[in-house]
Write a protein that binds this ligand. Structure first.
Ligand SMILES: [Zn+2]
Length: 281
């Protein structure tokens, strides 16, 4: 049996990571149509995290729930006289073009700073006429300037050159889909922990052939916080680490189990084999 190679010194692993910021919108914060307790505080903490730590990520992907103004959006809205059950049906929220669908003001401020610093930010919208809990179900709305001034393309979306398991797509930005971005080490934050954050993390773990997925629990808040242990257990069963935003992404509690050398040498990682599973020789 081989032992995992030690992490190379001086290699910038964090530049490979992607941060998913899920649905930090006014309607999910206090005063909104579907407020999550602690939502506004989470928005402020995420904004601070973006300002302090976004430089550690290759790319930041933000989603917004983005529902149509008429109808139930596929049964997602409970319209009067119907009552929402807060499990599968909800009060109308995050209607396209309304203030409730905007990012929380703290996020907007942080995004302005990220843009000035040239950090690549991808904006995703989801739930257009249908229920959509996972960011992966959305579509790319726009891409803010990246460090190299170019929008991501399918060929660079891996964040890992020559990663196995990725389709050979033509480099047309228009053909880029959200799952194309869900490759490599991924951290997930946002609202709400037990719905859109959990669903996005599970899809990221399923889509992601090489990188581990973490949910940063202190940067989330739940609709049904009493069920947090259950949600944490479901995420763990899906191979997702529930960590704190201060936990290092490498070794240590909440860190990635994947051998760094495997991530940096994709040829060492066979398609469909988790990078976190040391190979037997
Ligand atoms: Zn919704």
């Amino acid at each position: 049996m081989t032992t995992p190679a030690p992490s190379p010194v001086g290699v910038s692993l964090p530049a490979l990571r992607t941060l998913l910021v899920v649905d930090v919108q006014n309607d999910f914060c206090e005063g909104g149509a579907l407020a999550v307790t602690g939502g506004a505080a989470v928005a402020e903490r995420i904004a601070d995290f973006l300002e302090d730590r976004a430089g550690e990520y290759r790319r930041v992907v933000l989603s917004r729930d983005w529902h149509e103004p008429s109808g139930t959006n596929g049964g997602h809205f409970a319209l009067p006289p119907g009552e929402p059950d807060y499990l599968d049906s909800w009060p109308p929220h995050c209607v396209q073009g309304t203030p409730g669908a905007d990012y929380h003001p703290a996020i907007i401020r942080a995004l302005a700073e990220l843009e000035e610093r040239g950090i690549e930010v991808v904006h995703v919208v989801k739930g257009e006429g249908v229920p959509a809990y996972s960011l992966a179900e959305g579509r790319i709305e726009r891409v803010a300037a990246s460090a190299d001034g170019n929008a991501p393309t399918p060929s660079d979306s891996s964040s890992l050159p020559d990663s196995p398991g990725l389709p050979d797509s033509p480099s047309l930005p228009g053909s880029l889909t959200v799952p194309d971005l869900l490759v490599g080490p991924i951290d997930v934050v946002g609202l709400a922990f037990d719905y859109c954050v959990a669903a996005s993390a599970k899809d990221a773990a399923r889509a992601n052939p090489v990188g581990p997925v973490r949910v940063l629990l202190d940067l989330t808040a739940a609709v049904h916080s009493e069920a947090d242990p259950e949600t944490v257990a479901q995420l763990a069963a899906a191979g997702i680490t529930v960590a704190d935003s201060d936990d290092p992404p490498g070794d240590g509690p909440g860190g990635y189990a994947a051998p760094t050398a495997d991530l940096l040498d994709p040829l060492e990682v066979a398609p469909g084999v988790s990078a976190s599973s040391p190979k037997e020789s």
